[in-house]
Design a protein around this ligand. Structure first.
Ligand SMILES: Nc1nc2c(ncn2[C@@H]2O[C@H](COP(=O)(O)OP(=O)(O)O)[C@@H](O)[C@H]2O)c(=O)[nH]1
Ligand SMILES: [Mg+2]
Length: 315
């Protein structure tokens, strides 16, 4: 057995320190990561992945904390990953979230971890699903992915969830921003949090209007209201997430096929990117960058030339 096999077995047997180490390895996405991931992938237990996204300050972390409480009340274990694509290191927001998570961390049925952008192959939107594979193999029936902002990385990460929860606040601004960011398309459940503030009914009506125009969908996304800091509405949200989970199970393997397709595409683009960069000399890369910077060539032509000069990269 290699060191990684031992580490993975320990992690899957419930050793939380080993679990943290394994996640650190897979986040990087290099060859070591692939060895561990390949082993973990076959041991997945069928976790339901809940993505929580929405603008900063909407109350996602507060809501996640409450949702963890609902999940634990049903005696299911849960892992929560807090993902900050904008931050290269653990920033203030994450620190605040960590402190809030503190009361949950002492519960052995909860595993919480934060993830910032730093040197993962394929970026954080590829690193997050890799971490999920390990948490799934470790036997958590629920994994929550909270993303910090509203950008493409958040949309990509949310698309890796089985149930995507979009958290907004009362007022026009949020629903317009969410529409612009493409969040209306990816949400399976919409939460208007801070329902203790004025304008809730109007925001719910706006959302329902924007979401339910056009063709009837198999799962028309519900809009719920919550007051995260006192837990109001969270039980209903938890019930809807479970309904959506049952809805996906009824699709008869369709969700499984969709996930497998996404996993194969993701793995393929990782391998191709790695192969390309590992076969291209640093000096050739630096020269191409200089040419593009000097506006003598466009990036696509430069990339094509790098590949042409290094056939091993594509072969
Ligand atoms: N009034 C009110 N404040 C809330 C509610 N939920 C969260 N907050 C507050 O909103 C702020 C941002 O919450 P946080 O969970 O960190 O938001 P995130 O950035 O989306 O994770 C914090 O000060 C929370 O206490 C709510 O339902 N009503
Ligand atoms: Mg947060």
């Amino acid at each position: 057995m290699t060191g990684f096999d031992v580490m993975l077995s320990a992690a899957l047997a419930g050793d939380r320190r080993a679990l943290a180490k394994v996640i650190t390895v897979v986040e990087r996405g290099n060859e070591d990561a692939r060895e561990v991931l390949a082993a973990a992938y076959s041991q997945r237990t069928g976790a339901h992945i809940i993505g929580v996204t929405g603008p900063p300050g909407a109350g996602k972390s507060t809501l996640v904390n409450e949702l963890i409480g609902s999940i634990r009340a049903d005696e299911a274990e849960v892992a929560a990953l807090l993902i900050d694509p904008s931050s290269p290191f653990s920033g203030g927001a994450i620190l605040g979230d960590r402190i809030r998570m503190q009361d949950r961390i002492s519960d052995p049925g909860v595993y919480a971890r934060s993830m910032a952008s730093r040197g993962q192959l394929g970026g954080i939107s590829r690193a997050a699903p890799r971490a999920v594979v390990v948490l799934d193999a470790a036997g958590f029936p629920y994994v929550i992915l909270e993303t910090v902002g509203v950008g493409q990385a958040e949309v990509d990460i949310a698309e890796n969830a089985d149930t995507t929860v979009v958290v907004l606040n009362p007022g026009w601004g949020d629903s317009i921003q969410a529409a612009k960011a493409g969040l209306l398309e990816i949400g399976d459940v919409f939460v208007v949090n801070k329902a203790d503030r004025p304008g809730v009914e109007a925001t719910v009506a706006d959302l329902n209007h924007m979401l339910h125009e056009g063709a009837e969908r198999a799962w028309p996304p519900p809009v719920v209201t919550t007051i995260a800091h006192d837990g109001t509405g969270v039980a209903e949200l938890w019930k809807i997430i479970q309904d959506h989970q049952a809805h996906l199970a009824d699709l008869d393997g369709e969700a499984v096929t969709r996930r497998a397709a996404r996993d194969v595409h993701g793995a393929l683009s990782e391998l191709v990117a790695e192969r390309a960069t590992s076969h291209i000399e640093d000096t050739a890369m630096a020269a191409a960058v200089a040419e593009v910077a000097a506006r003598r060539v466009d990036p696509w032509t430069a990339a094509q030339q790098l590949l042409d000069r290094s056939p091993a990269a594509t072969g």
